[in-house]
Design a protein around this ligand. Structure first.
Ligand code: GDP
Length: 445
């Protein structure tokens, strides 16, 4: 999980303040020494750390923090605000074409940063959320298989891919791609480009030529967040030569220490607009600096969790489930579906950390919150017959023994799981105003 070490260290630093009554100037200095070390260890660029610490210290000393009984909380708030600023302040919207011409996005970045995958994720995201009709353009003619990779992404999403093989110049591919988009009424063109292992002049010249030729509305620099503060050098070079418009940080689901996320906007003055949070083509989220600051400080991020749920579970599915609960026809097949939906939101350990308050519970990391438990619960259900799944009341002791043997779990586990299912069904029934309950109804009146 991203930022884990940083979050832990910052929480340790602030816990010292929490134990104090009124805090003094010396307390602030001590905490800021810890914050400084925590940021450096997270691989944030040292100049940025220096300025950050100075800003927080000045604000903390300037405001009425010293001598106040809630001084500790105020320092945390100042750090939160400054972290938000460091990452760009507010969510920044995309630049779309203001004319009737299609919007043109160009993906740039080093090889392996996630350009091709992110081109697909963006097309998918904008088709869904902005009703765009995207065309993907295969402009990486150097990496073997890059064109095929984009075509695979396109076919998974059912989004067309324009390609001209690898014997035509990328500028011509971009131009022809744009013409094709216009002919076929696409209002969004996303051009994938070549990356190298390092910034190199020839490549930059080629990217600059594409830029001059098609004049993109956005030039995204795709950056692997695992590269830490090195990302700053890469971003600065790309920015100098191409004047990028924004950054997309990928692989935020990995155990990045945070350096790239925290250094890149302030070093380039270009906003991070999206983050990649997994390998699936739906794993792309708009970047909200304030929510990210909350996450870094271990305060959770409930808004993103809700959005993820909305993304993964359709309204129809949710309504159908509510209806089943109300009608008390909720069975093991529904239970299975619901478990699969929860698993789509991400690993349990990550979901828990997005819930405010839960992530600061000590020892949570060691807790076996495991997705394994869901897996064996599923195994038990898979060992039931269809009749047992739709009509749980018929599951007698002998059936339970057979299910236990079939799923490789103990009889106790099978009994416990069925008991839990019955209890949640009863509880959900009463919450949704199911038959014979009326509890929630009377509360709502
Ligand atoms: P390109 O060379 O820049 O086009 O990079 P690719 O799109 O081929 O991505 C390189 C690898 O990173 C692939 O295995 C992707 O699946 C993976 N990847 C891209 N974005 C993410 C992300 O947000 N999270 C994770 N876990 N993997 C990613």
């Amino acid at each position: 999980m991203a930022f884990e070490g940083l979050t832990g260290r910052l929480q340790d630093a602030f816990s010292v303040l929490r134990k104090k009554g009124k805090i003094t100037e010396a307390d602030i200095d001590e905490v800021m020494r810890e914050v400084r070390l925590a940021l450096l260890e997270a691989d944030v660029n040292f100049k940025i750390v220096k300025e950050f610490v100075k800003n927080v210290r000045d604000k903390a000393k300037g405001e009425e923090v010293i001598g106040s009984l809630t001084g500790g909380q105020q320092v945390v708030k100042i750090v939160n605000d400054e972290l938000t600023e460091l990452m760009g302040g507010e969510l920044q919207e995309l630049n779309f074409s203001e004319t009737n011409e299609p919007t043109i996005f160009m993906m740039t970045g080093l090889q392996g940063s996630g350009k091709t995958t992110t081109a697909g994720k963006l097309a998918n995201y904008l088709r869904k959320h902005k009703k765009k009709k995207p065309l993907l353009v295969a402009g990486d003619i150097y990496r073997p298989a890059a064109i095929d990779q984009l075509k695979t992404v396109g076919s998974q999403l059912d989004i067309p891919v324009f390609e001209m093989g690898d014997q035509v110049s990328p500028v011509e591919i971009a131009e022809k791609g744009l013409e094709t988009a216009k002919e076929n009424n696409h209002d969004l063109v996303i051009i994938d480009t070549a990356g190298r292992l390092h910034v190199d002049e020839e490549l930059m010249d080629e990217l600059a030529a594409i830029k001059t030729s098609v004049r993109p509305d956005e030039i995204f620099l795709v950056v692997d967040s695992m590269t830490g503060q090195d990302a700053v050098n890469v971003a600065s070079s790309f920015d100098e030569l191409l004047d990028i418009t924004s950054v997309i940080l990928t692989k935020l689901d990995g155990d990045t220490r945070g350096g790239a996320a925290l250094s890149i906007s302030s070093a380039t003055h270009k906003p991070i607009k999206f983050v990649g949070t997994g390998e699936k083509l739906s794993d792309l989220e708009p970047f909200h600096p304030d929510r990210m600051a909350n996450r870094i400080l271990g305060m959770g991020d409930i808004l993103t969790l809700i959005e993820r749920a909305e993304e993964e579970v359709s309204e129809e599915e949710a309504l159908a489930l509510a209806e089943k609960m109300r009608e008390q026809t909720y069975d093991f097949n529904d239970f299975l579906d619901q478990m699969k939906q929860v698993q789509k939101l991400g690993p349990m350990q990550d979901i828990i950390k997005m819930i405010p308050g839960l992530n600061s519970i000590p020892g949570l990391d060691d807790l076996d919150l495991d997705d394994g438990q869901m897996d064996w619960t599923k195994a038990i259900i898979y060992s039931m017959t269809e009749e047992e799944r739709t009509n749980p009341n018929i599951i007698s002791q002998s059936r339970r023994r057979r299910i236990a043997a079939g799923s490789g779990r103990s009889l106790n586990e099978v009994n416990g799981m069925i008991k839990q299912f019955n209890e949640s069904k009863k509880m959900m029934g009463s919450m949704t105003g199911g038959k014979g309950s009326g509890k929630m109804d009377s509360m709502m009146e």
